[in-house]
Design a protein around this ligand. Sequence first.
Ligand code: ZN
Length: 315
Amino acid sequence: MTAEHRWAWGGSVFQRTVAEKVSCTGIGLHSGSPVELTLHPARAGTGVIFERTDLGVPVEVPAASESVTATLNATTLGRAGTSVGTVEHLLAALYGLGIDNVRVEVHGPEIPVMDGSAAPFVFLVRQAGIFEQDAPRRVLRVRSPLEIRDGKKRIRVEPARTLRVSYAVDFAHPCIGRQSLRGLELVNGSFEAELARARTFGFLHEVEALWRAGLARGGSLENTIVLDEVGVMNPEGLRWGDEFVRHKVLDLVGDLALLGMPVQGHVIVERGGHALHQRMVGELARRAMAWSEPASVADSYAEPISYGALRTATA
Ligand code: ZN
């Protein structure tokens, strides 16, 4: 097998799937129980489909903005009374690696939390390999600015050649305060380098309240950065000084993945969260027909990046 050079999604005009099936097991954040997850190759045009395999009859839930049923703490998708929770970090990894089509089998009501970041899912996709399919990809090109405000919270998109993100958070905590990332371009491996390893975070008083309510039973210092009044409780510390805002951008990428195609636009967020992200995703989804177009080589980036050996898809 030879190492093939494949372009980051910003440069690929073809759809992609995983080259073969791949599985992992982790703990569900809310249940605290082990959950098995398997990614299967899927035909071009399928999109990302979740399938609950722990029920009598398998139920499919498409990763689409109309499937969103809850945005509190995490993004939950549902259809016909069945739901799949904590989907956003897996979706962010798929989007960040340019995977359009995959069937995600999950043996339980939520995607395993792993280490609280998207890095274990990136590793999983890398293990499977990436297969480029003989089908053109469409992109959602932002044609005019859109903005949603909710008090001090704000999300805006503007036309841009690639997906760019500017994000600011402001928490009254000595370890966070105001953190911002400006104009981060999601091309050529920047998702893996800059965002994938950023972990989810919570404040000790919130985490304790969730535990008292019987929620987040799988939550621990193994998968969440926990902040007490003075600092970070995790003995290993932070992966970046601004890991908090990086995780917010990771969450945004996972939420944008529900559009089912790469977005070309500059997304600017202040004090965002899943609920605000999803309001913008809903607005973009309503314009998806009018604003989508075939991905073109003109949008490509000259810098190829290696995706390792290209294998034959098994489905
Ligand atoms: Zn998150």
